[in-house]
Design a protein around this ligand. Structure first.
Ligand SMILES: Nc1ncnc2c1ncn2[C@@H]1O[C@H](COP(=O)(O)OP(=O)(O)OP(=O)(O)O)[C@@H](O)[C@H]1O
Length: 456
C-alpha cells in the first residue's frame, strides 16, 4: 500500500525525533524540517500529503510569520502545533485556512485521529481531481463545438498542445470562442486542478492594471491599507489568460515582458521578489502584427506570447457549424430550464439564414432570448417575429411552392427559382458570394457560373 507523506516542521530536535518516529510507526513516510526555510526547500521535492507546523519558528519566533508562510504549503492540509498559550493564534490559523491545531504536550491518540482525518481529506480531493481530469481528457476538446473543417482543426490543435507548456495566442473575430479555446487548453493540461485566471486587459484602467496583476504591499500608495495579492500570484501553478492583449498599455507591456522572460516580479511598492510558474494564453481580435508595425504593441512581447497561434474563423465563414451549435445550446438550455426545447424547421432555417456579425455569442444570445419567450417547448417563427419584427418570412419552401410559376415549363421554373434563391442568398449575405454559396449548398465557383449564366 502507498505510504502517505508527512512533513513535520518544528525547531525542537527532541520533539522532531519522537514525533517522527511515532508517525513512522503508524506507517507514514515522514520528513522533518527545523526552520521555515528548510521546510520550503523540502516541500519543493517532497510532495507531502500533510504538513505539521509549529507556530513559533526560528529565526523570528513570530507566529504571524509562520501564519503568513502557510501559503507555501497550499494544496495540502496544515495542522498547527501550539503551546497552550497560543490558543487564540491557533484559532486564527484555522480561520486563515489551517486544517486543525493540536496543543503540546501532544497526546499520541489525538494526533493519530487528527492526522488520519486530514489525510483522508487530501486523498479524497486528489481522487476527485483525478476523476475530473480523466473525464475531461476522455471528452478531449469537445467543449469547442463545431463540425466545420476549421473547428475540427482547432480541436485537434488544442488536444495536441494542451499538455505542453507552450504559450498560445488565440486570434479571431469577437464571439468566436477564443475564451472557450483558452479554457479548454487549461482543462486538458496538467495545470487543470490549479487556477485559470482571466484578465481583460482592456477593461482594467491602465493605472490599475499593474497593481491588479502584480499586487501591492501595504503603504505602496494612498489607500493601500494592507498587502494585496495580485492576479499573477493567484494564477501560480495554473494558467493566466490575457484577453484583449492588444489593448494592454505600452508601459505595462514592458513589465509583462520581464515577467515572461524571468518568471519573477515585484509587487507594487514591494522589495521581495516573487517567483511564479504560469502558462500564458493570450487572445485578441485585433491585428497584433499591424499594431507592432504602427508601434502600439512591442515586437519582443509579440514573439514572447505568440508560441503557437490558433486562429478562429467568423461564423459566416463556417455556417455548417450553426446547426450543431444550436443543438448544443438548446441542450444546455433544456437542462437549465427543465423544459423540452425544439426548433421548428422554419425557425432552424431562419437561424441558418442570418449572417451573425456577433458570431457565436450573438447566435447563442438570440437563441436564448427566443427560447425564453417561447410558451411551449417548440420554438416557431411566431416567437422569432416577436423579437425580430422585421423578419422576412419568405422561406425556401414558400419560394418553391409559388403558384405564379405553375404555367411555365420545368426549365423556366427551375431558372426562375434559382434566380430567386440566388438573390435571396446574396441579400442575406450582403453580396458575399462565399457565404451565399454556402447557404445554397453549392461551391463558390458553381455560384459564380450561375450568376454569369443568368446575367445577374
Ligand atoms: N465553438 C464554440 N463552442 C461552444 N461555445 C462557443 C463556441 N464559440 C463561442 N461559444 C460561446 O459563445 C460565447 C462567446 O465565446 P467567447 O467568449 O469564447 O468568444 P471570444 O472570441 O473570446 O469573444 P471576445 O473576443 O469578444 O472576447 C460564449 O458564450 C461561448 O460559450
Amino acid at each position: 500500500m502507498m505510504q502517505n507523506k508527512i512533513l513535520l516542521v518544528d525547531d525542537e530536535p527532541a520533539f522532531r525525533e519522537l514525533a517522527s518516529r511515532w508517525l513512522a510507526n503508524q506507517n507514514y513516510h515522514v520528513k522533518t524540517a527545523s526552520s521555515l526555510e528548510e521546510a520550503r526547500e523540502t516541500i519543493a521535492h517532497f510532495d507531502a500529503d500533510l504538513v505539521l507546523l509549529d507556530l513559533s519558528m526560528p529565526p523570528h519566533f513570530d507566529p504571524q510569520v509562520t501564519l503568513d508562510s502557510m501559503s507555501d504549503f497550499e494544496g495540502r492540509p496544515v495542522i498547527i502545533i501550539t503551546g497552550h498559550a497560543d490558543r487564540d493564534l491557533a484559532l486564527k490559523a484555522v480561520e486563515l485556512g489551517a486544517w486543525d491545531f493540536i496543543a503540546k504536550p501532544i497526546d499520541p491518540g489525538m494526533l493519530a485521529v487528527v492526522v488520519r482525518r486530514a489525510i483522508t481529506k487530501t486523498t479524497l480531493e486528489r481522487e476527485l481531481n483525478q476523476l475530473k481530469k480523466s473525464t475531461q481528457q476522455a471528452q478531449g476538446a469537445a467543449s469547442y463545438i463545431g463540425h466545420s473543417a476549421s473547428s475540427h482543426k482547432i480541436r485537434a490543435l488544442i488536444e495536441r498542445i494542451a499538455p505542453t507548456n507552450v504559450r498560445v495566442l488565440v486570434t479571431g473575430p469577437s464571439g468566436t470562442g477564443k475564451e472557450v479555446i483558452s479554457r479548454t487548453l487549461h482543462d486538458l493540461s496538467h495545470r487543470a486542478t490549479k487556477p485559470f485566471v482571466s484578465v481583460h486587459c482592456g477593461a482594467i484602467p491602465a493605472d490599475l492594471l499593474e497593481s491588479e496583476l502584480f499586487g501591492y504591499v501595504k503603504g505602496a500608495f494612498t489607500g493601500a491599507e494592507k498587502d494585496k495579492v495580485g492576479l499573477l500570484s493567484l494564477a501560480d501553478g495554473g494558467t493566466l489568460f490575457l484577453d484583449e492583449i492588444g489593448e494592454m498599455p505600452l508601459a505595462m507591456q514592458v513589465k509583462l515582458l520581464r515577467v515572461l522572460q524571468e518568471g519573477t516580479f515585484f509587487p507594487v511598492g514591494g522589495r521581495e521578489q516573487k517567483h511564479i510558474d504560469i502558462r500564458v494564453v493570450s487572445a485578441t481580435n485585433a491585428d497584433l502584427l499591424g499594431k507592432v508595425q504602427e508601434g502600439s504593441f512591442r515586437e519582443d512581447l509579440y514573439y514572447r506570447i505568440k508560441g503557437v497561434n490558433i486562429e478562429t474563423q467568423s461564423l459566416s465563414e463556417r455556417l455548417e457549424d450553426v446547426p450543431v451549435l444550436l443543438q448544443a445550446f438548446l441542450h444546455r438550455l433544456q437542462s437549465q430550464q427543465s423544459k423540452n426545447l425544439q426548433l421548428s424547421s422554419e425557425a432552424l432555417q431562419w437561424f441558418r439564414d442570418q449572417t451573425w456579425p456577433g458570431n457565436v455569442r450573438e447566435l447563442k444570445n438570440a437563441l436564448e432570448s427566443v427560447a425564453s419567450i417561447c410558451p411551449q417547448g417548440r420554438i416557431s417563427m411566431e416567437d422569432i417575429q416577436l423579437l425580430y419584427p422585421s423578419v422576412d418570412r419568405i422561406s425556401n419552401t414558400q419560394l418553391i411552392s409559388d403558384s405564379s410559376m405553375s404555367e411555365a415549363t420545368l426549365d423556366q421554373q427551375v431558372r426562375e427559382l434559382e434566380i430567386r434563391l440566388i438573390h435571396h442568398a446574396l441579400d442575406k449575405s450582403q453580396s458575399n458570394r462565399t457565404q451565399a454559396a454556402k447557404q445554397l449548398g453549392i461551391s463558390r465557383q458553381g455560384l459564380i457560373k450561375k450568376i454569369e449564366r443568368y446575367g445577374l
